[in-house]
Design a protein around this ligand. Structure first.
Ligand code: TRP
Length: 478
């Protein structure tokens, strides 16, 4: 492999980076909140089924294609044919959209971590607002921009460091730390009186949500599917890019199972920190972004003296999770440009490339940072005012008012599922699954369960994806 592009130092380092990419706000905020909205246990069940039937398959597809070509997402598709370049562009655009809103949220997490740190050393970290800080922060544009910028700077500094010395080194320290803190928070939450209701909500078999006319099976299915793609960092070439830095000696198939497995465990663990905490202090689960900020702050506030310590640890943990994810998205864009430069015979300049892309993405994210997450009376007009059109479908009200939701809809709701669907069809029907098998067996290991993967690439993934689109269309047109 070309050293100019870089390579992982070890399989452990790769796993920490890949699991770090997967574990993020999607696990700690999205998972508990979607679960809270769509019936707890029912959501968990469908989510896990989708990981087995779709997540692991698409994961292996991405890792194998990336390693096979040794290129990022655009480079990989171009390796097969010029006519697939639109897939590459779609992925990079998804990266722009996701990283921009992700970093705004990351900046807010950073703000809360700093706030708790200040509280710890005896200062007022929340501008005299106490648990009302979230409502204040949304309209504190200077503060939001400052922390948005800081989060982006942290992200770009790590990516500038390169694959082994930047991303791998950071993830190898940060991920084990995250895990330890999460275990601590779970235990501390478990000893709070009333926590038990949170576990009940998560684990008591209850499928009544399927007969809820507002949500129903479709509703749960769609939420779980979108969550699955987002949480596993699939559908926009993130894992393809990470796979391209992997040595031919590593066991791809095993890695493709470990990453979704670890991600799901952390998602469930995050639920076991957040839900029981909310239950113990009488805070609602289904509050959208407010869950991660306003609700959790209320929880820590009510924990008494030690709450400040737990609060700091919690936001520090979320911050780590967000950074190891944001670097993987910026890496997709960076690799895109590096591969392009190298194909032209130019000397790649990682530092310059990642800096330029981070700056462009920062500008992309300004509407998200300045619209108070759609709470109204913001500095910037809502999407429907600025773009001049309004969605009328049932689930769409939010996307009219909130740039974050609009970006998320375009990326997670449209571009990423198309990306994953087309990739599976190409693997299953055009290039045939043997290219995955051949790549997996390069390490000398036999590709076990080939029949299962083959069947899933050809039928299960496309059918489930088609189903997701159908559900999406029903939403659009009522
Ligand atoms: N998976 C991360 C999370 O759960 C976010 C993320 C990182 C992502 N890379 C991605 C999402 C690529 C979609 C695509 O928070």
């Amino acid at each position: 492999m070309d050293n100019k592009r870089g390579q992982w130092g070890s399989n452990f380092g790769f796993l920490m980076a890949a699991v770090g990419s997967a574990v993020g706000l999607g696990n700690i905020w999205g998972f508990p909140y979607k679960m809270g909205k769509t019936g707890g246990f029912a959501f968990l069940l469908i989510y896990l089924a989708l990981v087995l039937l779709v997540g692991i398959i698409v994961m292996l597809g991405e890792l194998a294609l990336g390693r096979k070509t040794g290129k990022g997402v655009m480079g990989t598709y171009l390796e097969f044919s010029k006519k697939y370049s639109w897939l590459g562009y779609m992925s990079v655009i998804s990266g722009f959209l996701i990283l921009s809103f992700y970093s705004v949220l990351g900046g807010m997490v950073l703000r809360y971590a700093v706030g708790y740190f200040l509280q710890l050393i005896g200062l007022d970290g929340f501008a005299g607002q106490g648990t009302g800080f979230f409502g204040y922060l949304l309209y504190d544009y200077k503060g939001i921009l400052l922390f948005y910028a800081l989060f982006m700077i942290i992200t770009v500094l790590i990516v500038m460091g390169g694959i082994e010395k930047g991303i791998e080194r950071f993830s190898s320290i940060a991920m084990p730390a995250l895990f330890c803190i999460l275990v601590f928070v779970i235990i501390y939450v478990a000893i709070q009186p009333g926590a038990i209701d949170g576990y009940k909500f998560m684990f008591m078999p209850d499928l009544s949500v399927f007969s809820d006319p507002q949500i129903g099976f479709f509703g749960v299915f769609k939420a779980a599917a979108g969550q699955m793609f987002f949480s596993l960092s699939l559908g926009m070439g993130c894992m393809m890019t990470y796979g391209s830095y992997l040595s031919k000696n590593e066991h791809l198939q095993r890695n493709s199972i470990i990453i979704p497995f670890a991600d799901s465990i952390v998602a469930v663990m995050a639920g076991m920190a957040v839900m029981p905490a909310c239950a113990a202090f009488g805070v609602e689960y289904n509050r959208g972004p407010g869950l991660l900020f306003a609700s959790m702050q209320t929880v820590f506030d009510n924990m008494g003296g030690f709450g400040t310590v737990v609060g700091f640890l919690f936001y520090f943990l979320v911050l780590i999770a967000a950074i190891t994810s944001s670097i993987s998205i910026l890496e997709v864009c960076t690799a895109f440009q590096i591969d392009k430069d190298m194909a032209k015979g130019k000397e790649p300049n990682r530092k310059k490339v990642s800096l330029i892309y981070a700056a462009i993405i920062f500008v992309f994210g300004l509407p998200v940072a300045l619209d108070a997450l759609g709470s109204g009376n913001a500095l910037i007009k809502a999407p429907y005012e600025l773009l001049g059109f309004e969605y009328k479908g049932p689930g769409f009200a939010m996307w009219n008012d909130c740039w974050l939701d609009l970006y998320d809809l375009i990326a997670e709701g449209i571009l990423m599922p198309i990306g994953a669907l087309v990739m599976s069809v190409l693997i299953g029907w055009v290039w045939k699954t043997t290219i995955i098998k051949d790549e997996c067996e390069k390490s000398g290991d036999k590709f076990k369960a080939y029949k299962y993967y083959d069947f899933c690439f050809k039928f299960v993934v496309p059918v489930i994806m088609a189903f997701i689109f159908y559900a999406q269309l029903v939403d659009f047109f009522g």
